[in-house]
Design a protein around this ligand. Structure first.
Ligand code: PMP
Ligand code: GLN
Length: 396
């Protein structure tokens, strides 16, 4: 239950961070920024603590934050939410996803995700006694207007495989865009096809949009809940961790129709009940200001380009992301067919840590198309990225 392989191991992110710490490697594995979010937001937390906001907040979140989340969804995406019944605050996106899956999935129900997938999805589907159906993403040639060299590949949805995956037991489509680990951002056309798929098979949708602000170039984030007919069947999850660079505060939220949100709250009241009292008013203030995530996205786009060029110089082929903290690189051109083996030896070989993409795929799929891929994060200071690239080039 606790790991894709069934062994009670720490997550791949914890394993690789421990390996980086033990070897002194530069940690481009676990995705967390090395620069904190805005000082104003930190100051508001300190003030909230001094003002005595230290006891249980309301179980669904403080009104100011629920209102700020509703306002954010309205301002950016035209979604009109009632902060009293259609918004709840959670202990990060992780709790929101877990509570949503446990709330909506009955034993034996099938939950469709794409593969690779975020590691918490199969674990919480198993906790709900659901059945995880993973549909591998496919690779397509890059278009002329997309970054990358000739012959570059991009991740995309295989709609024929998705259609084949639907059964009478399909219950939930669990989406993630911008997508961890690939950095793929679903286009309006792909989202419309997914909405059509969900409607035809009468699926509920849980959509993990934690990287909603972190998109690059011409890519735009569009919540599937904003498409015609989709609001009523969709729970949308996001988090202050990525939007505001406070991953350790673990404040997230879930929005949607009152009946689905209420079902999530029924679960949540027994997972954490409430949390994050002094953080919530500060995040409410920060969510009203798009300057911080806009500047973060612009600087991440530059750091993506630096890491992408460096990885290619070091001999990897890269699959360019349109969003998130992450870039996927293929070790096969360097002669490494097994990404898991490479990720576990790279800290000693080169002094750099990364995440094997196979850890975010079904166990046992050892000949799968993602076997030689590694995920590197670029949410690090540019000098750190440069140093990591220099080490990889030197070890080549
Ligand atoms: N979903 C995805 C796709 C993520 O990458 C992460 C964390 N990086 C989470 C959920 C968890 O978010 P949180 O830290 O807010 O629980
Ligand atoms: N979401 C982060 C990542 O993908 C890791 C969070 C965690 O360690 N659970 O790197």
């Amino acid at each position: 239950l606790l790991s894709p392989s069934g062994d009670p191991q720490p997550t791949i992110f914890a394993q690789m961070s421990a390996l980086a710490n033990a070897t002194g490697a530069i940690n481009l594995g676990q995705g967390f920024p090395d620069t904190d979010g805005p000082d104003e937001v930190k100051d508001l937390v300190k003030r909230a603590i001094d003002d005595g906001r230290n006891q249980y907040p309301p179980a669904t979140g403080v009104p100011a934050l629920r209102e700020a989340i509703a306002e954010h969804q309205g301002r950016r995406y035209g979604l009109a939410l009632d902060p009293a019944t259609q918004v709840i605050v959670s202990a990060g996106a992780t709790e929101a996803i877990a509570a949503a899956v446990i709330a909506l999935v009955e034993p034996g129900d099938e939950v469709i995700t794409f593969e690779p997938y975020y590691d918490s999805y199969p674990a919480v589907i198993a906790m709900a006694s659901g059945v995880h159906v993973a549909v591998p993403l496919t690779l397509r040639p890059a278009r002329a207007d997309e970054p990358g060299t000739d012959g570059a590949l991009r991740f995309a949805i295989d709609f024929a495989a998705l259609e084949r995956a639907a059964t009478a037991r399909s219950r939930v489509l669990l989406l993630n865009s911008p997508h961890n680990p690939t950095g793929m951002v679903l286009t309006p056309d792909e989202l419309m096809r997914l909405a059509d798929f969900a409607a035809r098979h009468d699926l509920l949708v849980i959509t993990d949009e934690v990287y909603e602000h972190l998109v690059f170039g011409a890519a735009k984030h569009l919540p599937i809940a904003s498409l015609p007919g989709m609001f009523e069947r969709t729970l949308t999850v996001s988090s202050a961790g990525k939007t505001m660079s406070f991953t350790g505060w673990k404040v997230g939220w879930v929005t949607g129709p009152a009946d689905l949100v209420g079902a999530v709250q029924t679960v949540r009241q027994f997972t954490t009940f409430a949390g994050g009292a002094p953080f919530q008013p500060a995040i409410a203030w920060g969510l009203g200001r798009d300057e911080f995530p806009a500047a973060l996205a612009a600087s991440l786009e530059h750091r993506r380009d630096v890491l992408s060029a460096g990885l290619q110089e070091a001999g990897f082929s890269v699959i360019e992301p349109d969003g998130t903290y992450f870039i996927v690189a293929d070790g096969a051109p360097l002669g490494f067919a097994d990404g898991d083996e490479l990720a576990r030896s790279l800290p000693a070989l080169a002094g750099v840590a990364a995440i094997p993409v196979s850890a975010l795929c079904r166990p046992g799929d050892s000949d799968g198309p993602f076997r030689s891929l590694l995920r590197f994060t670029f949410v690090k200071d540019e000098t750190t990225i440069d140093e990591a690239v220099n080490r990889l080039i030197a070890a080549r």
